[in-house]
Design a protein around this ligand. Structure first.
Ligand code: B12
Length: 240
């Protein structure tokens, strides 16, 4: 049985060799996809501790950079555990990190899980201007637009983006994700949903498409299934 505390501690202390060793042992044990998701959450939660050390002046920007790389490495190790087994496209999601914000690890996690669940993803990257979202949305006509942002100031950039999309007549549902999003900021921004958890975000997107009469053509008909490399099948929290 994996000791989550040991991993959380090694992540927080930026002990890359220990983290990689724990994750490789975990993968070798042929875990379920659900267990892989849980481990991903432990890695993500440890970033709050890294952020707290940065605020206290114990860590510096170089440590944030290192933490970002370590988290990305952890994701790369866990990613192969999640493999899509169905080809049905559930709908299109346009996603990007809003203007002024360069953080993209959370966005990339959401993107990977959404792809696993059968969505077609269009990623605009980081520091994306509202006008770029509008232009791409006109071109690809997404069902859902995902705005990611982790800095406090991202809330205003999200509002600016949501306003621009609405002014342009784009009616795709908007979901926002990242540290500063909550019920209050969701209301302020005028988004349709918010979450601080990528798997929950995917669940919301699947529910929207299942409920929407306009998207009947892409209405999910089977549960999203992810498999282990070993071929064992398991449904996850992102299943419809
Ligand atoms: C790694 C990191 C960096 C890396 C980012 C690397 C990268 N490629 O992303 C680098 C070094 C570039 C960086 C830079 C900076 N950072 Co920084 N960083 C972090 C750190 C340690 C971890 C962030 C992270 O990846 N978390 C893990 C991910 C997985 O979590 P997440 O983003 O919340 O994503 C999850 C959900 O929110 C959701 N989600 C996310 N997006 C979306 C989108 C959709 C559509 C959906 C559905 C879901 C969803 O799914 C994810 C998985 O569940 C945080 C500390 C912390 N508390 O998190 C500070 C932190 C965010 N940084 C901070 C700061 C201050 C900075 C800098 C200003 C530092 C500086 N002086 O230069 C710059 C800003 C640069 C800029 N303009 O953006 C502050 C922000 C303070 C604030 N309140 O605004 C924090 C909180 C640290 C702190 N406590 O002071 N940083």
């Amino acid at each position: 049985m994996l000791d989550f505390r040991e991993l959380a501690l090694a992540m927080s202390n930026l002990e890359d060799e220990v983290v990689i060793g724990i994750l490789e042992d975990f993968v070798a044990g042929e875990p379920t996809a659900q267990e892989a998701l849980e481990l991903l959450e432990v890695c993500q939660d440890s970033m709050s501790s890294v952020g707290a050390s940065y605020e206290k002046g114990e860590y510096f920007v170089a440590d944030l950079i290192f933490a970002g790389k370590l988290l990305s490495t952890a994701i790369d190790i866990l990613k192969p555990l999640l493999t899509r087994t169905e080809t049905e496209v559930k709908g299109k999601i346009l996603i990007g990190t809003v203007r002024g914000d360069l953080h993209d690890i959370g966005k990339n996690i959401f993107q990977s899980l959404a792809k696993t669940a059968g969505f077609e993803l269009y990623d605009l990257g980081i520091d994306v201007a509202a006008a770029t979202f509008v232009e791409k949305a006109r071109e690809i006509q997404p069902d859902i637009i995902g705005l990611s942002g982790i800095l406090t100031m991202a809330v205003d950039a999200m509002k600016d983006t949501a306003d621009s999309l609405k002014e342009a007549g784009i009616t795709a549902k908007i979901i926002i994700g990242g540290i500063p999003v909550n019920r209050k900021s969701c209301h302020y921004i005028g988004a349709d949903a918010f979450t601080n958890n990528a798997a929950e975000g995917v669940k919301i997107c699947l529910e929207w498409l299942a409920d929407s009469p306009q998207t009947a053509a892409v209405k999910p008909s089977k549960a999203a299934v992810i498999t282990l490399n070993s071929g064992e099948r398991t449904t996850t929290t992102v299943a419809v």
